[in-house]
Design a protein around this ligand. Structure first.
Ligand code: MG
Length: 373
C-alpha cells in the first residue's frame, strides 16, 4: 500500500532564502520519509527525547542550584533561546522547525558546572585534543546517544549537524557564513543570556540596580519602562526592564536583518554563505551596547568572587574524578568501558564526566571521597 503523505507545502510560507526541508542533504543513515513530519521536525523530536536534553534541567547556566530555584538552568536558557529564535525566524520567514531543532540542541554538550567544568575537562583531555562543549554536542548526537536499533546517535539531518559544527570556533581557516537559521539561533542565544544573566545576578544579590543603570543598554530599557509606568515596585520594574531589553534587541535584530536580506537580494539558502558578514545581525550601535553589557556582566558577575569560589570547588571535584577514573577505567559503567578500546582512556573518561548533571557529579564525587576515607 502506498504511504499517504500529509506534509504541508513549506514553500507556501517560507522565503526563497530559507532552508526548505525538501532541499535537505539527508541523513548519514538513509531513512524513509515520515508521513506527517518534515525531516527537521523529526530532528527536533529526536533531540527532545534524548537523555542529554533531559539532563539540561540539572546543569548550571551560570549559577549553581544551591542558590535557590529562581535562576536559569541550561534547560530554561535553552527554551528561552528557542522561543526568541522562533519568533525571529517566523518574522523573517525562515524554517522554524530547523531553528527549533538547532536551538534545542545548541547547549546539550555542556558538562556539569558550566564553563568551569569545561575548562577543567579541556585541561584533563589536553593530550587528546582537549574538550569543547560544541564539539561534544556533535559527539552526543552522532555517537553517544543510544536510542535507535539501527544506528548510534540520533542520525540527524546534515543541516542540523553542520549548524552545530559552525559553533566550534576555528580561527585557523575562514569559513563561509552558516545558514540563516543558524545565524538566528546564535543571535537569540546572545539576546537570551544578556538579559537573563543580569536578571539572575540581581535576584541573587550579586549586582545592585544602580550599578546596572550605568550600562547604557540597561539604562535605555529602564527609561522606556519608566516612561510608561510611573510607580512600579522594584520587582515589577526589574521584570519589565528584562522584557523591554529583549524587545529592544529582538526588534533591532529583525529590522536590521530585514534590510540586510533586502539589500543582499539573496535568493537561496546556500548563498547565505557567500556574504562577507552575517545577514542576521543587530545594528552596529546595538552591537556596541550589547558588547558593553556583556563586558560588564563578565567582569561583575562571571568573575564575582562568590561565583569564582563555587567554580573552583566544582572544578576540583571534576578534576579528582577524572584522575580516579583514569587510574581505574575498569570502574566505569559497562557501556562506557566498551568505548575504551576505540576512544582511549582520556576521551572516554572525559565524555563520561561531561554527561553528568551537576547534582550527579557532586554525588559521585562525595561517594568517591568516602571510599578514600
Ligand atoms: Mg546558549
Amino acid at each position: 500500500m502506498t504511504e499517504i503523505v500529509h506534509l504541508p507545502d513549506e514553500s507556501l510560507w517560507l522565503a526563497p532564502y530559507a532552508m526548505h526541508a525538501t532541499a535537505s542533504a539527508g541523513r548519514e543513515y538513509p531513512e524513509s520519509a515520515h508521513p506527517y513530519r518534515t525531516p527537521f521536525q523529526r530532528d527536533r523530536d529526536r533531540i527532545v527525547h534524548s537523555s542529554a536534553y533531559r539532563r539540561l534541567a540539572h546543569k548550571t547556566q551560570v549559577f549553581t542550584g544551591d542558590r535557590g530555584d529562581y535562576h536559569r538552568t541550561r534547560l530554561t536558557h535553552t527554551l528561552e533561546v528557542s522561543s526568541i529564535a522562533r519568533t525571529i525566524g517566523r518574522v523573517l520567514r525562515l524554517n522554524e522547525d530547523l531553528i527549533e531543532a538547532l536551538a534545542l540542541m545548541h547547549d546539550i554538550g555542556h558538562p556539569p558546572f558550566g564553563h568551569a567544568g569545561e575548562d577543567v575537562l579541556d585541561e584533563c583531555a589536553r593530550e587528546v585534543g582537549g574538550f569543547n562543549h560544541n564539539e561534544h554536542a556533535v559527539r552526543i548526537v552522532t555517537q553517544l546517544e543510544k536510542r535507535y536499533p539501527d544506528f548510534s546517535g540520533l542520525n540527524l539531518s546534515q543541516e542540523v549537524l553542520s549548524g552545530q559544527r559552525t559553533r566550534v570556533k576555528n580561527t585557523q581557516k575562514p569559513s563561509p557564513q552558516p545558514l540563516l537559521e543558524v545565524q538566528v539561533v546564535d543571535a537569540a542565544d546572545s539576546i537570551a543570556y544578556d538579559s537573563h544573566d543580569a536578571d539572575d545576578a540581581l535576584e541573587l544579590g550579586l549586582l545592585e540596580w544602580e550599578e546596572l543603570l550605568k550600562v547604557p543598554l540597561w539604562r535605555e530599557a529602564a527609561k522606556r519602562v519608566q516612561a510608561h509606568y510611573a510607580a512600579l515596585d522594584p520587582m515589577q520594574l526589574r521584570r519589565a526592564v528584562i522584557h523591554q531589553l529583549i524587545e529592544i534587541m529582538v526588534s533591532d535584530l529583525i529590522d536590521t536583518s530585514r534590510s540586510h536580506l533586502a539589500e543582499s537580494q539573496i535568493k537561496s539558502s546556500q548563498t547565505a554563505g557567500n556574504h562577507k558578514s552575517r545577514l542576521v545581525a543587530v545594528s552596529q550601535p546595538l552591537q556596541e551596547q550589547m558588547a558593553e553589557l556583556e563586558a560588564f556582566l563578565f567582569d561583575r558577575v562571571y568573575r564575582h568572587p562568590t561565583v569564582l569560589a563555587e567554580r573552583a570547588l566544582a572544578g576540583e571535584a571534576l578534576r579528582e574524578m577524572f584522575a580516579r577514573y583514569s587510574e581505574q577505567p575498569e570502574s566505569l559503567p559497562n557501556d562506557w568501558s566498551q568505548r575504551l578500546a576505540t576512544e582511549g582512556i582520556p576521551r572516554t573518561v572525559c565524555d563520561y564526566l561531561a554527561g553528568m548533571t551537576d547534582r550527579y557529579a557532586l554525588e559521585e564525587h562525595r561517594r568517591h571521597a568516602s571510599l578514600v576515607e
